[in-house]
Design a protein around this ligand. Structure first.
Ligand SMILES: NC(=O)c1ccc[n+]([C@@H]2O[C@H](COP(=O)([O-])OP(=O)(O)OC[C@H]3O[C@@H](n4cnc5c(N)ncnc54)[C@H](OP(=O)(O)O)[C@@H]3O)[C@@H](O)[C@H]2O)c1
Length: 241
């Protein structure tokens, strides 16, 4: 599908999934506005994307900054919010099981994962052109019961519930959610010791996946968990689910 003439805003587009999305959009003819906190990462993303790219410095945790950002960006067709659940590697270390996660970290998770999409939806809406869309990102925590992620699971579920309601209220604008599996990005590479291993432990070997296809069920065995974690994107787009 050609995206020629579309202007796409990617909040968290200077790294990982957002950067890959920006490159794919430009390859299809769109122009992109990439926002993030680090000027260095933005410059590097701008260089990698190569054409039809603007960069903006933004800390999306501040609602006033989000509002000023959208006012400065002006009219656009689509916005994607791809900012991580916690602000930095230090905060990520305290994301644990329910009993071991400090209240402060729980509040950080909810504030980052839930409130940022709220700010973006609120302030992007009036700048979106007819036919436009808002896309949030969640993950697999609320579907898979992953160790260490009860609050992330709760926040992801809340974002999906919000998106359903906004889709109704904002129509004919579209509001949607992408829920990826495990994707190799700087975020995943920086996970604290133990977290990544716990996620990897859920990834099943190819032979067991073949077994899962053969049965065609949606059971709770490690095969099903692993395959959908690894291939979450394809599964969501109709490959298996
Ligand atoms: N990778 C996975 O396996 C996976 C799976 C499921 C869901 N997700 C979700 O996908 C999204 C992107 O993840 P990723 O793996 O691509 O992460 P990433 O490579 O770390 O990219 C995160 C992007 O968000 C920006 N960012 C961080 N804090 C920000 C803030 N306060 N305001 C504005 N921008 C901010 C970062 O730039 P600066 O740091 O310079 O601000 C960067 O551009 C996240 O919401 C993540 O939870 C990832």
């Amino acid at each position: 599908m050609s995206l020629a003439g579309h202007r796409i805003v990617l909040i968290g587009g200077s790294s990982g999934i957002g950067l890959a999305t920006a490159k794919a959009a430009v390859a299809r003819g769109a122009s992109v506005v990439v926002a993030g906190r680090s000027a260095e990462r933005l410059e590097s993303a701008c260089h990698e994307i190569g054409a039809r790219v603007e960069i903006h410095s933004l800390d999306a945790t501040q609602e006033a900054s989000v509002e000023a950002f959208f006012t400065s960006v002006g009219a656009h067709d689509h916005v994607a919010v791809l900012v991580p659940t916690v602000p930095d590697a230090e905060a990520r270390k305290s994301v644990r099981g329910f009993a071991d996660t400090p209240q402060q970290t729980m509040e950080i998770v909810i504030r980052h994962k839930f409130w940022r999409p709220v700010y973006c939806a609120r302030h992007a809406r009036r700048h979106l052109r007819p036919g436009g869309s808002i896309v949030f990102i969640t993950g697999q925590a609320h579907r898979k019961s992953l160790p260490n992620y009860p609050l992330v699971a709760a926040a992801d579920a809340a974002v999906e519930a919000l998106a359903r309601e906004l889709a109704r209220e904002f129509a004919p604008l579209r509001v949607n959610v992408v829920a990826p599996g495990l994707i190799e990005t700087p975020l995943i590479r920086a996970l604290p010791t133990g977290h990544r291993d716990a996620l990897e432990a859920l990834v099943g070997p190819p032979a067991s996946a073949a077994h899962g296809y053969g049965r065609g069920d949606r059971g709770r065995d490690p095969v099903d968990h692993g395959q959908r974690l690894r291939d979450g994107n394809r599964a969501r787009s109709g490959w298996r689910v």
